[in-house]
Design a protein around this ligand. Sequence first.
Ligand code: ADP
Ligand code: MG
Length: 409
Amino acid sequence: MKFDELKLEPRLLRGIANRGYKELTAVQEQTLAKTLQGMDVAVQSQTGTGKTAAFLITLFERMSYNRTSKRKKALIIVPTRELAVQIEKEARLLNRHLGYAIGSFYGGVGYERQLNLLKKGLDIVIGTPGRLLDLSKRGHLKLKDIRTLVIDEADRLFDMGFLPDIKRILYRMPPRNARQNMLFSATLNRISRRIASEHMNRPELIEVTPERLTVDTILQELYHVKSHIKMNLMLGILKAQAPQNALIFTNMRHVAFRLAKKLQQNGLHSRHLTGDLPQSRRLKIMDDFKAGKFALLVATDVAARGLHIDDLEMVINYDLPQDCENYVHRIGRTARAGNSGKAISLASEGTADHLEAIESFIGMKIPVQTANDDLFATDMSLELSSRKRFRNDRQKNSRINSRFKNNYN
Ligand code: ADP
Ligand code: MG
């Protein structure tokens, strides 16, 4: 179904067209069918399926519809600052021809700018629970004015322990039947369902199950490699394939840090993104990566949450994820919104169990590639003596690889 076919406010339609959206995604189609009529929804759909636009379009359309009367104010509760910033950006794009006032609120930044924003009066408030509650308690944010509520990434909000804050926010709002409520999540767990039944008006349950867990347009590859020459293989792959950009995942922060440094020492422009970096720094890194200012970003799962890049060419699992769902989250970063992409995983000794879990989770064997000797590159960050040792080791590795290949194919 095309957006044109929805009888939306023409200025909103223009915003959607400018954003480049033509066809509705499955979750957008199912959600809008209910929400545009004013119904509450609890929506479960995997990451990258377009949930943001589903609720933003609802908000904008319902606001325009109520133009003549008092404007309907909306509140969007999200788990992280990154997500708040990202939703604000998307909202501003769709709002281009509408002119609603939008603001986002999260911890770690000063109050002054945020208070000024609130004084002006906002139509859409986006924020993390702690800061929203704080602003409400101090009397700056009038939660009683809110007529539409969105809880985004509900599973993560509850995982991160925000349930008590969210409840406090809910109690400061008008009664549930005086507002429209929407809850979005990658999984609808017990808490989400309880919130939906206790604080929403008999929401329509929308569950969009993907036909397959992994996106078909992602080309997946797996290399078996001894851990001490994993770096050489990754360097070789990066040199051979020269992706325009790649997101590299490690399981631990210090590995991400070290890897980015080593890549840099090998003449590849790279940065690391880990949870311990200050917020402002993380945002800057993400923006620079999106803008193509450097090609390789090494990240941990937690730090990379909420990072969405439309034209990411490659994902590399330098470490196989310990949690098989993260495999799907990671590789789903490429091939977003219909683009194709490549996901390369490096499996080293001791990760056979992870691999087995991942393959059974995605319901397929990841095709194994053989790393020939010449695919390994010298790691220029190492001492000369270590470089020599590596030349012997890679020959042993290609024998290991061909043995694995025989096992799998
Ligand atoms: P989710 O919240 O479900 O994880 P997002 O809302 O972040 O997903 O959207 C994922 C990507 O898809 C974004 O890059 C977004 O711009 C894009 N997108 C959303 N809706 C559409 C659409 N109808 N057509 C094309 N791309 C879309
Ligand atoms: Mg989302």
